[in-house]
Write a protein that binds this ligand. Structure first.
Ligand code: URA
Length: 452
């Protein structure tokens, strides 16, 4: 466990130890994290340390230490003083294309008695970010001060906001260095990075959505399993019960990709769940059920699922979403007048199938990159986003299309952008004569190893 003992070392000696495959103890890891925060560790040393961990990994104790020290490098939210009458619970997704689940999930769980202080990230590379989607709502303040954030969670039951500079600042510097030193793809470092931020929000329970497939960060199933197990073990070892669902990202999630268009899909989902995309509905309700079950709101997973369904179908989740938007500065009537606030683009054009058959595969990463090229996503953290650009009415794997029928609609600024998307999506979406086997949405649920 993390301690506050301060002891001095030579950074290069600790880097050498990790380079040579040895184990760092909690005090040594604490020293390195302090060096990240106060910049006594140089960028070169940080990059070298990241590479040493990348090659040699960290054992469970080291991962827990790194997570805990990075979590305590900034403020850790406390909720006890608010005397909330339910548990504080959250979900984190490793990201994908069209992953808008948080926007419906947080209000569903809040409607069932949970409190969800959800701190989300911006999109990077081919994956979209919840925060960018919320930024398309005029007036929505995704960076409220702590008092407004806590007040919204207390009054409404959920608040979805962006990462603050106070939350796990050591991770912010470490992640930026990893990004430019080819050391992001380390299970140990990803685990500590994600969990230092999530655990700093003072949770009673956490559900992780670890995505795998062509649009996921973990593109192989092995990597997703390794990451999910590592996260479950480290989070539970840090005292926060955590369950990881490994879910499919071999096709765009839901029917839209972009920012404003995804918020519109979420509003439709909440207001009219009977019409919701079936896979999006399944994953949202299943994640909600796991959050209600793991946090102790419901003792039985099936009962939790029914409760989540009722909160959605009865309109309570929609009402909470509307209240959250309003409490964070957005319009009071977003649910009633969505297209007034999320205005359509000047060009909306069908992307048509160039042959008939069954949609059999999607290169989801390429679809995400097509969006990035039209500025619906970003390459660098500092890039700005065009919130209106997107795709709607996306076909799903297993659906039949005839030649000339739309496989999606492009929401863009000009015909040239629509023509570009026609060309790129034709290459990214495979249409075959055979109907492919239906893939599961949820592959596996993992808990900490010691829980069995
Ligand atoms: N997301 C994070 O927050 N950190 C990582 O290291 C990878 C993905």
């Amino acid at each position: 466990m993390a301690t506050n003992t301060i002891k001095s070392f030579l950074p290069q000696e600790l880097i050498r130890k990790k380079r040579d495959g040895l184990i760092l103890n909690d005090i040594e890891i604490g020293f390195l994290v302090r060096g990240i925060s106060d910049s006594s560790l140089t960028d070169a040393q940080l990059g070298a340390f990241a590479m040493a961990v990348f090659h040699n990994g960290m054992n469970m104790d080291e991962r827990i230490s790194l997570t805990q020290h990075m979590m305590h490098s900034g403020s850790v939210l406390q909720w006890q003083d608010l005397n909330l009458n339910g548990p504080v619970v959250d979900k984190h997704s490793t990201g994908g294309v069209g992953d808008k689940v948080s926007l419906m999930l947080a209000p569903i769980v809040a409607a069932c008695g949970g409190y969800v202080p959800m701190i989300s990230g911006r999109g990077l590379g081919h994956t979209g970010g919840t925060l960018d989607k919320l930024d398309s709502i005029p007036g929505y303040n995704a960076t409220p001060d702590e008092a407004q954030f806590r007040n919204t969670v207390q009054q409404v039951g959920c608040a979805i906001i962006g990462q603050t500079a106070q939350l796990a600042p050591a991770d912010q510097r470490f992640y930026a260095t990893r990004d430019v030193t080819a050391t992001v793809e380390s299970i140990s470092l990803i685990t500590a990075s994600i969990l230092s931020k999530k655990l700093a929000s003072g949770l009673d329970a956490l559900v992780m959505d670890v995505k795998t497939g062509s649009g996921a960060f973990a593109d192989t199933y092995n990597m997703a399993q390794e990451l999910a197990q590592s996260i479950a073990d480290v989070a539970s070892g840090s005292g926060v019960p955590t369950r990881c669902l490994i879910t499919d990202m071999n096709q765009v999630l839901g029917r839209s990709v972009g920012n404003a268009v995804e918020v519109l899909e979420c509003i439709d989902f909440l207001v009219n769940p009977a019409q919701a995309d079936k896979r999006l509905l399944q994953i949202t309700l299943d994640l909600a059920a796991h959050m209600l079950h793991l946090s102790g709101i419901e003792a039985d997973l099936n009962t939790a699922l029914v409760k989540a369904q009722n909160a959605l179908e009865g309109g309570n989740a929609a009402e909470i979403f509307g209240r959250m938007v309003s409490a964070l500065g957005g319009p009071n009537d977003l649910l009633q007048e969505p297209s007034h606030y999320l205005k359509p683009m000047s060009v909306i054009k069908p992307i048509i199938a160039t042959k008939g058959g069954y949609v059999s595969a999607m290169d989801v990463r390429s679809i995400g990159m097509s969006m990035v090229s039209l500025k619906a996503g970003r390459i660098k953290a500092s890039d700005s986003i065009d919130h209106g650009v997107g795709l709607t009415n996306m076909v799903q794997i297993g659906e039949r299309v005839e030649m000339g029928q739309p496989v999606a609609y492009a929401h863009v600024h000009c015909d040239a952008d629509a023509i570009q998307l026609q060309r790129e999506l034709t290459a990214s979406i495979t249409i075959a004569d055979e109907n492919p086997q239906e893939k599961n949405m949820i592959y596996e649920v993992l808990t900490a190893q010691q829980e069995g």
